[in-house]
Ligand binder design. Sequence first.
Ligand SMILES: [Cu+2]
Length: 213
Amino acid sequence: MTSRFNTVLSAVLVLGCTGTSPETEGATDDTLPASAAGVVFGQAPAAAGGIPSVVMLSPASGEDNSAPVFDPNPMIDQFGLVFSPSILLIGMGQSVTFTNSESLAHNVNLRQIATDAMVLNVDTDPTESAQYTFDESGGYDVRCDVHPGMTAFVFASPTPYTVFANLDGEFTLSDVPPGSYTLTVWSTDEALNSERTVEVGEGRTELDAGPVS
Ligand SMILES: [Cu+2]
């Protein structure tokens, strides 16, 4: 049994060497990065209720997940009777500061969409601010109870490889290291959510991010 195992192992090693030597020769230019990051693009569902789809790539277990793509100090200001920005992408666990830069009394009413739970409801008088830490991933509606027209949207993602699609559903995500990922698409219309395993290569990779049929 042992000798037969060794024979098989040797054959694999020989095949491995034969298969990799041309690539090794081609990679001798040391000006090239060891692993060129890829660009991922494709078509996700169109916006639902004015909220764009969120496209997330979660690295397979053991992969580095520390790419610093989110604003380290995310803020939403209240000025001119609007929240600005009106949509905000953050990393799960980040704190968002809600500021009020005008001489009107506002309020921040934050609702977690998945649970329909109100997680923050504070008055923000002129020059005051409020803060909330998004320990749970997902989408959140932001409203001002004083001014019903004031709305915003926050998405807290568990992975740095995350982007809002445009209103038509088109998305592009840059600087993604090649490898295996779970592609998750989130929409306020739950019927459009999907999850699938994908491979990201060097260069450009087109991914189908539509509903799984
Ligand atoms: Cu207001």
